[in-house]
Design a protein around this ligand. Sequence first.
Ligand code: BGC
Length: 245
Amino acid sequence: MNVFGVDIGGTGIKGAPVDLDKGDLSEERFKVLTPQPSTPESVIEGVQEVVTHFGHTGPLGVTFPGVVVDGVTRTAANVDQGWVGFDARTKISEKLGLPVVVLNDADAAGVAEITFGAGRGRGGTIILLTLGTGIGSAIFVDGRLVPNTELGHLELHGHDAEKKASAKAREDEDLSWHHWAHRLTKYLAHVEMLFSPDLFVLGGGVSRKAEKFVPLIEGIKAEIVPAELQNNAGIVGAAMAAAKL
Ligand code: BGC
């Protein structure tokens, strides 16, 4: 089937057609910058630009960096506040004239990773964390997702965890890999205290540099592995959701 995924992020909107047998993009992805301010109207125009670039006409999966329930976006930590309470599924579907499913970005990435990537064939409790502009989370128990878990917003030492431990925090504060890994360790220890997962999968663009920080994380009982689909996981997961439409 001809399915397509779009990943809306704080900095870019990227998409591609997806080969669901391989769990990979079937063409090179196309990206536009996320407009600023990232209002729903301007971002939807970006989504349309990405989709029409490929001339796609079929089901469309779209990820969003916030809570999404029944196609309505409920939170917007790193995008314009106009998304709070916005019926994204209906609006995108009307604008593009396609059947649309909207889901949380980390949930989409997690579904792709446990199907085609680092969590493939594994049971038990798996927590995928995307370390990017914010921190996204997806929790799986024997392959079944608990959606919209938002573990990036756990409070850690009086701070919103993602403000201290995301990849953006490392860049903004110019932290060494050691310093950032130390913060990540504290964050992972907190998540482990709450959920005792069997496996942590660490995703987001920074997972490409896993060898620089994963070996520096100490004292966590769960196995820790980098994501395998890296920056394409959201697109693949979105397309997988679209295939069910
Ligand atoms: C949002 C999550 C999202 C994560 C990664 C967080 O700020 O609250 O919903 O998954 O960023 O984009």
